[in-house]
Design a protein. Structure first.
Length: 75
């Protein structure tokens, strides 16, 4: 199968948008900020659609001792 330049150019964008199939939610390890944001992405997106700012979401997470700066939440 031959590939066109369109396919080759669009593949990295597609790969960059992929989310992990599932995260390992073991209680026995710590998660990175990236993993936390990916895990919470659907809810964070929903909250943004309801009008909450990333600053407000970061403050709400900080109340739960999850310290993630607002720019990191810009999905």
């Amino acid at each position: 199968m031959s590939l066109s330049m369109k396919h080759i150019q669009s593949a990295p964008d597609h790969l960059g948008c992929m989310r992990p199939a599932r995260l390992n939610l073991s209680d026995k390890r710590d998660f990175s900020q990236r993993e936390a944001v990916l895990f919470m992405a659907p809810k964070l997106t929903e909250m943004k659609e309801l009008g909450f700012t990333t600053r407000e979401l970061a403050a709400a997470l900080a109340e739960q001792e999850i310290i993630i700066k607002a720019p990191t939440l810009n999905l």
